[in-house]
Design a protein around this ligand. Structure first.
Ligand code: SF4
Ligand code: SF4
Length: 227
């Protein structure tokens, strides 16, 4: 008669709370630091953040980034400063989403979205070009037809920046040391160890007073304001 106990468990589950997620129609929220497909960010005035320095390509352990820099034209600059990235490619057949490129970038140009659902019919299609990686005029990632985007996947596109203080020096907790982004403004810092996580605010919101020390032109922190 022991098998009747087994049926009891089965029938009990029939009327219990459902825990199945109907993927892909329903997707669970991803962690703020999740590493997905990259984006190339722009400053609030539309200028590109990438300066073509190739640090991301140099640090990439999979050797999947190809960058070429060029001098900005004084009459029609693409980025603030002397140089910009005129070729930028990432080969997603090789990328392991380690985010070392993101850590190495001096201008916060390259960051990652939350999208990981994308596939390609050919090897050539797996190489994302600058046009595909660069954010749109509204600052949002350009959604490619072969990518499966869901609500919120384009919100935390630079969550890594808010990982600088919560487990480190308490004096820097909550202090912004990064530039603004087209479409998002200045990202608020990640909540610290003492934050009220149950009733706390969403850390994706644009910071209010933290914009005070920003460079007027680019939205970047003013000189000497980096921590
Ligand atoms: S996430 Fe890692 S593997 Fe992918 S491009 Fe960046 S450095 Fe290379
Ligand atoms: S994304 Fe960043 S690290 Fe890579 S070339 Fe551009 S500025 Fe340099």
């Amino acid at each position: 008669m022991g098998y009747l106990d087994g049926f009891k468990v089965t029938f009990g589950k029939l009327f219990g709370e459902r825990v199945t997620t109907e993927y892909p129609h329903e997707k669970r929220p991803k962690p703020p630091r999740f590493h997905g497909r990259h984006v190339l960010n722009r400053y609030p005035d539309g200028m590109e953040k990438c300066i073509g320095c190739e640090l991301c390509a140099g640090v990439c352990p999979a050797r999947c980034i190809y960058v070429r820099g060029a001098d900005n034209s004084p009459d029609d600059p693409v980025s603030p400063g002397e140089r910009y990235g005129y070729v930028y490619e990432i080969n997603y057949l090789r990328c392991i989403h380690c985010d070392l490129c993101v850590e190495a970038c001096p201008t916060e140009a390259i960051t990652e979205t939350k999208v990981f659902e994308f596939s390609f019919p050919t090897r050539r299609d797996a190489i994302y070009t600058k046009d595909e990686l660069l954010t749109d005029d509204d600052g949002r990632p350009r959604r490619q037809p072969w990518e499966l985007w869901h609500e919120g996947d384009d919100e935390h596109t630079s969550g890594w920046m808010r990982a600088t203080s919560p487990s480190g020096q308490p004096d820097y907790e909550g202090r912004v040391g990064w530039s603004g982004e087209l479409g998002y403004g200045v990202r608020a810092p990640e909540q610290g160890q003492h934050a009220d996580l149950d009733g706390g605010e969403d850390d994706s919101v644009i910071a209010g007073d933290d914009t005070a020390d920003l460079d007027e032109h680019s939205g970047a922190p003013a000189a000497g304001d980096h921590h």
